[in-house]
Ligand binder design. Structure first.
Ligand SMILES: Nc1ncnc2c1ncn2[C@@H]1O[C@H](COP(=O)(O)OP(=O)(O)OP(=O)(O)O)[C@@H](O)[C@H]1O
Ligand SMILES: [Mg+2]
Length: 386
């Protein structure tokens, strides 16, 4: 759920203007964006891309989406966030199961931004991003139709555990971390211009069959009213606990702000703790503040691991994952790694399948401390002596 806060007073100017739309591939960056925006404003026909062939969002009538969700019945409700409610539905035309987000009409900037956002989401395609199937802009209704993610959000599996839910094991956690990093790498390094996610957090990492992670809401961060209405600048500014300190203080948003948020998510995966948890003892409310001193003391590593894991994790893998998290949440943005380096390190960690039966053969005794975080997988291995 939301939990958003205003990090600074004024909304950034780029929030007042629709963004230049990214293309999925730098070689296709000649897409005629202004023409597309105008086309969208004047014409709500099915979106189609003349040049890149990668836009495939469908339009739906409100009636179709109402039918799909049994009139937005409460038992179809999947969740509610800062933009509105999300329902599970079945499209009558295709029988496809989908997730339908009904945007809060009071919180929208207007037609133009909504459609530009739809176009942006339509242009970005990656196995670790949730796909937008289509949208509805009937009258003043604004709905987005996404592929349905059957396992819900990472938040549900890490923090909102119901008794019937399987606890995430170490291997699954590393797989989720690596996949989420790949989604972010696509937004940062493959999309042109790069897309700053702004709202990376556990509730925005959705899980497909087999716990395959996909980032969601990567275009919505720019939706919402502007100007005097504080609600929007609030929404745009990210989520408490995940927001990089320089962004919180100055409003300066860079790709490195996303890296910080990613580090917080990785810490949540390792520790099982929430980014902010006011029910914990004093000094433990903020996950990063609690974890920082522990990065420097290898005798305390076992205290960092999620107790739910019951010791079933590779000590070396725990150390290395912590080293990556420590790099990502550094105060100085310039010291944080590039997402490509994070992907390299986490893909390696995810490939090291942990077998609890072999656990006794592993030892923490050779671990160095991750006080000064290494920058690449090779550095991690060199630094830790592996
Ligand atoms: N495509 C989807 N498939 C399945 N469940 C989804 C999908 N999209 C969203 N949900 C569910 O709906 C919930 C609410 O999502 P939503 O994005 O509106 O809010 P949020 O992520 O909790 O907060 P925020 O608005 O800050 O992103 C999610 O936590 C998730 O459980
Ligand atoms: Mg969300």
């Amino acid at each position: 759920m939301g939990g958003c806060f205003p990090c600074t007073g004024e909304p950034k100017t780029d929030d007042k203007d629709p963004p230049d739309l990214p293309t999925a591939d730098k070689s296709k960056s000649n897409l005629s964006l202004d023409v597309k925006k105008e086309t969208l404003m004047n014409d709500k026909k099915e979106l189609s891309s003349s040049g890149s062939g990668c836009i495939a969002a469908q339009t739906f009538t409100f009636r179709e989406l109402a039918a799909a969700t049994k009139n937005f019945r409460a038992d179809c409700l999947l969740g509610e966030g800062g933009f509105g409610r999300v329902y599970k539905g079945r499209l009558e035309s295709s029988n496809q199961i989908v997730a339908i987000k009904q945007l809060d009409r009071n919180g929208l900037q207007g037609n133009r931004e909504f459609l530009v956002e739809v176009l942006m989401l339509s242009l970005l395609h990656h196995p670790n991003l949730v796909s937008l199937i289509g949208y509805c802009a009937d009258g003043d209704q604004r709905l987005l139709v996404y592929e349905y993610m059957p396992l819900g959000s990472l938040e549900d599996h890490l923090h909102d555990l119901s008794p019937d839910k399987k606890r995430l094991d170490w291997n699954t956690r590393m797989k989720i971390a690596a996949g989420a990093a790949k989604g972010l790498e696509y937004l940062h390094d493959k999309a042109s211009p790069p897309v700053i996610y702004r709202d990376l957090k556990c509730s925005n990492i959705l899980l497909d069959e087999g716990y395959h992670p996909k980032l969601s809401d990567f275009g919505l961060a720019k939706l919402g009213p502007v100007g005097d209405n504080t609600h929007v600048s609030t929404r745009v500014m990210g989520t408490y606990g995940y927001c990089a300190p320089e962004y919180a203080m100055t409003g300066q948003l860079t790709l490195k702000s996303d890296i910080y948020s990613f580090g917080v998510v990785l810490l949540e995966l390792i520790t099982g703790r929430r980014a902010i948890d006011n029910s914990r003892a004093a000094g433990e409310h903020n996950l990063v503040a609690w974890a920082r001193p522990l990065f420097k003391d290898r005798r305390k590593f076992s205290q960092v691991a999620d107790p739910v894991l019951q010791g079933q994790y590779p000590p070396r893998g725990l150390y290395q994952a912590l080293a990556v998290a420590a790099m990502c949440v550094q105060e100085q943005p310039a010291m944080r790694p590039l997402i490509a380096d994070v992907v390299t390190a986490l893909t390696y960690l995810a490939s090291q399948t942990f077998n609890p039966d072999n656990q006794l053969s592993q030892s923490t005794s050779r671990l160095a401390t991750p006080g000064t975080p290494p920058r690449t997988r090779r550095d991690i291995e060199r630094k830790s002596g592996y």
